[in-house]
Write a protein that binds this ligand. Structure first.
Ligand SMILES: Nc1ncnc2c1ncn2[C@@H]1O[C@H](COP(=O)(O)OP(=O)(O)OP(=O)(O)O)[C@@H](O)[C@H]1O
Ligand SMILES: [Mg+2]
Length: 258
């Protein structure tokens, strides 16, 4: 199991009553899985992604990433674990404007002390079809090209888990479809676990599992193709309390796929 949460919650102080953003999130993700986090705007998806990646700290609960309890580490320890195990694609890409595409991809590799940073960055830019654009600065790239640079940057460090927040959110349908293909192709090549936040039904449907959030709570889980497997017997391992399951969502009662 690559990622597990127990009782994960996040609240912020707002006036007299705390505002509950996430409540009692329990999920388990096996290595190599692809998981979509879906739900309405404001349901807590980005907050959850940030907690899973150790970019933010919860009010309660714990995340184990690659066997390590995230919040027993200090920020420096989490940063080291992120550098070793995590790739993150931000919705707004967060490329550094003063660096070229190549330098943006190479920088985290250089910070991690890899001697082959530039070669490796060039290799991954090639895989995303941007060799001809490697010396361009972000402002000289289209949105889809910037998204592909961000994907190359996230994959180049050989992450165990790739988190992507609405990786097709700002793309037209055609570029979005190309990015989705790219994501799953790179996922297959690198064997990386995918955890994606998306409003895009096509992207969500490509994932092995969809977890739905509403008002900060897990309210449903759905398996691709309806081939749900039993609890520990297969790759499905979401723990979700039966009383909050939505009718029709895949449950542990659903028969195993033939
Ligand atoms: N630091 C904060 N202080 C107060 N409220 C916050 C804070 N961070 C998030 N929220 C609130 O928590 C809720 C969940 O936010 P989040 O960004 O996780 O939603 P989301 O599901 O990603 O939405 P979207 O689909 O619009 O991106 C929102 O109502 C947001 O306003
Ligand atoms: Mg969001």
């Amino acid at each position: 199991m690559i990622l597990r949460t127990v009782g994960l919650g996040r609240q912020v102080a707002m006036g007299e009553q705390p505002l509950v953003i996430l409540d009692d999130i329990n999920l388990a993700i096996n290595a190599g899985e692809s998981l979509a986090i879906v739900g309405p705007s404001g349901s807590g998806k980005s907050t959850l992604l940030g907690l899973l990646a150790g970019l933010d700290v919860p009010s309660c609960g714990e995340v184990w990433l690659d066997g390590q309890s995230l919040f027993s580490l200090d920020e420096e320890g989490r940063a080291a674990l992120r550098a070793r195990a995590v790739g993150f694609v931000f919705q707004n890409f967060q490329l550094l404007p003063g660096l070229t595409a190549l330098e943006n991809v190479a920088l985290p590799l250089e910070l991690a002390g890899r001697g082959d940073a530039l070669d490796r960055a060039a290799h991954w830019l090639g895989l995303v079809g941007l060799t001809a654009r490697r010396r361009h600065y972000p402002a000289q790239l289209s949105g889809g090209e910037q998204q592909r640079v961000a994907l190359a940057r996230a994959f180049a460090g050989d992450p165990r888990v790739l988190f992507a927040d609405e990786p097709t959110g700002n793309l037209d349908a055609r570029t979005g479809a190309a990015v989705i293909d790219l994501l799953f192709d790179l996922n297959a090549r690198a064997g990386t676990t995918l955890v994606l936040v998306t409003h895009d039904a096509v992207l969500a449907a490509r994932c092995g599992r969809q977890v739905e959030l509403a008002d900060g709570r897990m309210c449903g889980v759905r398996k691709a193709g309806g081939d749900a497997t039993q609890g520990n017997a297969g790759r499905q391992s979401v723990s979700i309390r039966p009383e909050v399951m939505e009718p029709g969502a895949a449950t542990s009662q659903e028969p195993a796929g033939a």
